[in-house]
Design a protein around this ligand. Structure first.
Ligand SMILES: Nc1ncnc2c1ncn2[C@@H]1O[C@H](COP(=O)(O)OP(=O)(O)OP(=O)(O)O)[C@@H](O)[C@H]1O
Ligand code: NI
Length: 371
């Protein structure tokens, strides 16, 4: 087997706030193989963006990566060891901030954010920003960088790229701006692009066009992607493998078809139930009941037990192990008490929002964060 392009082991990222410690990413592990599109899916607040920015060590204050390991082609981007006094410190091998900036960001791993207006400066032309990015990250300048920039604009489907080079970001539509960001990410020919909900702000037609574009470019350049989304429909269209996140943890991970056709975790099941289908009216949709609890004080045992239709008494005590249960010979990881022999079968059912909803009761949102 070839070495994975990116390997994340037991990554933990926390925010130290006045209210307490937010365990935004709480021990996730995943790999990205060369040429693969790996999905990271889950509801708002699951920790997807924090996980994505941790990879490039772009976590903002008061956040900090506090544990685990990330390696890119064998080079440690994040790595800790125990100091003689028992505290935790970065290893000598872990890249410095300067090395991250000079060697990794942009050149090896690029990131595309949800909001192109935030990434593009409104006072400079689209072309000049793309050109500058190319000059900083590749050993080219002047006319050569300009030509590469125009080629990239053409490559991502911007019509009349020579003319549009001199346009300002506000003269582009949302979809076109997102194409510019994809051009920017691709322009340094990175091996991995992290795309954090790049199509969420776009309408469905434009979203479809961007997804087609990414699929074509992926085939042409063999770039790997980590695709962050809350939309299982997008996962089905674009991903090879998927990680499902809930409250800072990955609770299921498998090949995309196995996730859809051999679903193991009740949370994944609930996410799949909530995808709108053309043959169903909105009334038939099955939204997931309740809201995700706060990461600052997650539920005991299985973190999903408060909303799980299958929850039993044991689920509020036992934190399920993350284990490989296989789908027809392929790796399929899940953390759910049902797959352990710790007495799920003999345990009494729990009254949860979801259990009530499934028996026809009225579901009340238990959201407390907004009031
Ligand atoms: N700067 C911050 N300070 C404190 N907590 C933060 C900060 N940024 C993120 N968090 C917390 O970290 C957790 C994970 O947030 P994150 O943005 O990664 O979620 P997400 O899965 O990307 O959600 P969305 O789909 O809404 O983008 C949340 O509980 C969030 O409140
Ligand atoms: Ni996010």
């Amino acid at each position: 087997m070839t070495e994975p392009l990116l390997e994340i082991e037991n990554l933990q990222t926390q925010f130290f706030t006045e209210e307490g410690v937010v365990r935004a990413v709480d021990g996730i592990s995943l790999t990205v193989e060369p040429g693969e599109i790996v999905g990271l899916v889950g509801e708002s607040g699951a920790g997807k963006s924090v996980a994505a920015s941790s990879i490039l060590r772009l976590v903002e204050e008061p956040g900090e990566i506090v544990g685990g390991r990330i390696s890119y082609q064998g080079t440690p981007l994040v790595e800790f060891e125990e100091a003689p006094d028992g505290s935790r410190r970065p290893t000598d091998a872990m890249l410095s901030n300067r090395e991250m900036r000079k060697q990794i960001r942009g050149r090896e791993i690029a990131i595309i954010f949800q909001d192109p207006m935030e990434a593009l400066n409104p006072v400079f032309t689209v072309g000049s920003q793309l050109k500058e990015f190319i000059e900083i990250n590749r050993e080219v300048s002047g006319e050569m960088a300009r030509e590469i920039a125009i080629d990239m604009l053409r490559e991502v489907g911007i019509p009349e790229p020579k003319k549009r080079y001199d346009s300002y970001p506000h003269q582009f539509s949302g979809g076109m701006r997102q194409r510019v960001l994809i051009a920017m990410a691709l322009s340094c020919e990175p091996n991995l692009i992290i795309a954090d909900e790049p199509t969420t702000a776009l309408d469905v037609t434009v979203e479809g066009q961007i997804i087609d574009l990414v699929r074509d470019l992926q085939e042409k350049y063999d770039t790997s992607f980590i695709w962050v989304t809350h939309d299982m429909g997008v996962v089905a269209e674009i991903c090879d493998r998927v990680n499902v996140m809930y409250l800072g943890e990955i609770i299921e991970q498998s090949a995309v078809d196995d996730l859809f056709y051999d679903t193991k975790h009740p949370y994944t099941e609930a996410l799949l139930q909530s995808i709108p289908r053309p043959d169903e009216t909105v009334g038939q949709l099955n939204p997931i009941t309740g809201v995700m609890p706060e990461a600052i004080n997650p539920p005991s045992g299985c973190r999903f037990h408060t909303r799980c239709p299958d929850a039993r008494e044991v689920c509020q005590r036992a934190h399920p192990a993350y284990q490989n249960v296989m789908s027809e010979g392929r790796d399929h990881h899940v953390s759910c008490v049902k797959y352990e022999s710790i007495g799920y079968e003999d345990s009494d059912p729990l009254e949860t929002d979801a259990a009530q909803a499934f028996s026809g009761g009225i579901v009340e949102s238990r959201g407390e964060s907004d009031d």
